[in-house]
Design a protein around this ligand. Structure first.
Ligand code: F6R
Length: 604
């Protein structure tokens, strides 16, 4: 996830910006850059890779006296992680840094190009600075031009802009992406995407609200609300604990990432949903020409996302779909036919087994697609096409938001393919898109839910094992729930299809066997319920998760009543993630760095 810093003051601007970016490293990035405006003269530097590269490039650059400066760490979403795509982006006399996604950038870019503007990067961000300069030419007032520019942007953003037209000022705007400004007794002003770069520099901070925009100079901090009214800053004291600030006050990164899912999914969908169809600018429709089968291949949690996708591809796109565990596939002499689209799914894009299967598919002449979170990763570079999940960096080793974005993206892809194949009626695609728009709300963690799970977790710290059970797409979710629990609690857990328990595992049923039962209202409810009743009759301890009251369970977690099983899927996903989290915390484990596990598995 990108990070922003800004500074107005008399100290060493370069060092302050670089130190600020260092504090944002935990958010993940693939390039970084700064721009400093002093005495109406700009200096700007960008570098790909780690911050040391930027430090190296700026080592002879000295800043003295009053300056305004902006800096950025970029996590690629539109365009590769190259120096040209790194921020700050330059117009003629201005620089901009931006977090978020400008949804209408292609329309704005087309108009600007038609009027003769030349673009240097592939990013959505660059339109902001050119649009600002276009407005400045007609308005002759930097603030009015900035205000007009913001009003023309659609999407999510946190923006800092500096311009020679007003060379002692930083213009800012916030819509959807986080940003705050901090002050101190020396009259300096600091901007950042989160608290950490400001700790030690500022005493008080103002967190911008959506729609806020304005400008900051040495003398002034002017904030306007989205309806154009001037508003007073609302300062609060800044915490002094950096680690806790990085975790936004949550106990663990995994907890933060569970809570973040609702926002992250908005990024995954941003610019990709129109009223009637799914848009993926990054792939060509011809990728699917002559394709009669989809083969999905992945490891671990990504494999569970693939398995979930297989239900949706067959149900919505009516295309034969198979799913493979990469470590198995690579050694089993599989038959690969050229009418198969080979899709690999990987959060990191580096997992050795998955990467190897991609190479095999390429060698066999199959068309390939990767669903990935890291641009420029090995898989993205190797495959014919790629779609990014835009989850931002995931620090917790146990994957949560990466899984949520993978499933959402697959759901969108199934609708995209359904449209291409004429497999779903237009009305149904419209309905599905309206459901997708409800996913962020389904992912919100309420205090009530979290408290309930915290309380209930104390009863599940022993026993001889857990079964997470579900039917249809809730079976991969059961697998994922069990994997989460295993990873961070070190308790034995299995995911199982509900209907399969009676074919063997039910022999284990007794009060010390814990069953976590997924009972969606909108998919095979009666069938799933009977399976849980069979376990209940054999005295297994049952924790049921459902929108419908279920009195055969020992514990019951009620999710909200929603209008489709996919929304139930996402609500239940949050529940199983929180169950694992709370059990692990009670057991005193290191939630973010569980024993024996690595975040990226680049060995066989
Ligand atoms: C589990 C988890 C792993 C990964 C797996 C594949 O929480 O994160 O199971 O899903 O190692 O990694 P990627 O998705 O990077 O290929």
């Amino acid at each position: 996830m990108c990070g922003i810093v800004g500074y107005v003051g008399k100290k060493n601007t370069k060092e302050i910006l670089l130190d600020g970016l260092k504090e944002l490293e935990y958010r993940g990035y693939d390039s970084a850059g700064i721009a400093v405006l002093s005495n109406n003269k700009f200096e700007s530097f960008k570098a790909i890779g780690k911050l040391v590269n930027l430090q190296e490039k700026t080592k002879d650059f000295i800043t003295e006296g009053f300056a305004v400066g902006i800096g950025h760490t970029r996590w690629a979403t539109h365009g590769k992680p190259t120096e040209l795509n790194a921020h700050p982006h330059l117009g003629e006399n201005s620089y901009v840094v931006h977090n978020g996604i400008i949804e209408n950038y292609s329309t704005l870019k087309k108009e600007l190009m038609e009027s003769g503007v030349q673009f240097l990067s592939q990013t959505d961000t660059e339109v902001i600075v050119h649009q600002f300069e276009k407005n400045l030419k007609s308005m002759h007032n930097a603030f009015e031009a900035f205000r007009a520019t913001i009003q023309e942007l659609e999407g999510a953003f946190a923006i800092l802009l500096v311009t020679k037209a007003e060379d002692k000022t930083i213009f800012f705007a916030k819509q959807g992406s986080p940003m705050l400004v901090g002050i101190n007794a020396e009259g300096e002003k600091y901007f950042a995407s989160s608290d950490t770069p400001l700790i030690g520099h500022c005493t008080d901070v103002n967190y911008f609200e959506d729609g806020d925009y304005g400008f900051v100079s040495a003398e002034e901090l002017s904030i306007f609300s989205k309806d154009g009214e001037k508003k007073a800053p609302h300062f609060s004291k800044l915490s002094t604990d950096k680690l806790s600030a990085q975790k936004d006050g949550y106990r663990f990164f995994m907890e933060k990432e569970i809570y973040e899912q609702s926002d992250v999914i908005v990024d995954t969908m941003m610019g990709r949903l129109s009223d009637e169809e799914i848009l993926f600018d990054e792939i060509d429709k011809s990728l699917f020409d002559g394709i009669h089968e989809i083969k999905l291949c992945a490891c671990g949690t990504s494999y569970h996302a693939a398995l979930s996708a297989s239900y949706l591809f067959e149900r919505y796109a009516k295309i034969k779909t198979s799913v493979e565990i990469a470590s198995e596939f690579r050694y089993r002499e599989p038959i690969m036919t050229k009418d198969t689209l080979f899709v690999v799914i990987s959060q990191s894009g580096e997992t050795a087994d998955t990467l190897e299967t991609l190479k095999m598919a390429k060698k066999a002449g199959l068309r390939t697609l990767v669903i990935c979170n890291v641009d420029n990763s090995s898989m993205v570079r190797l495959s014919d096409a790629s779609i990014l999940t835009r989850a931002g960096i995931e620090k917790g080793v146990a994957s949560t938001k990466a899984f949520a974005t993978q499933v959402t993206l697959f759901w969108m892809l199934t609708l995209y393919v359904a449209k291409l194949r004429g497999a779903l009626k237009k009305e149904e695609i419209i309905r599905q898109i309206s459901l997708l728009r409800e996913v962020p709300a389904s992912l919100i963690v309420t205090d009530e839910l979290h408290e309930k799970i915290k309380r209930l977790s104390k009863r599940y710290l022993h026993g001889h094992g857990f079964f997470f059970i579900g039917r249809d797409i809730f079976f991969p979710l059961a697998l994922e729930g069990a994997l989460k629990l295993k990873e961070i609690s070190y308790l034995h857990a299995e995911g199982y299809p509900s209907g399969e328990m009676k074919h063997g595992p039910i022999a284990l049923a007794d009060p010390e066997l814990f069953t976590i039962a997924l009972l969606p209202q909108h998919l095979l409810y009666e069938k799933s319920k009977s399976n849980v009743e069979e376990l209940s009759a054999r005295d297994s301890t049952i924790c049921a998760i459902s929108p419908l009251e279920f009195n055969k369970a020992d514990d019951f977690i009620k999710i909200s009543t929603c209008r489709d099983y996919m929304l139930e899927f996402f609500e239940m996903m949050v529940v199983v993630q929180l169950i694992s989290l709370e059990i692990s915390i009670r057991l005193g484990n290191d939630v973010d760095m569980p024993r024996n596990l690595a975040k990226s598995v680049t060995v066989e």
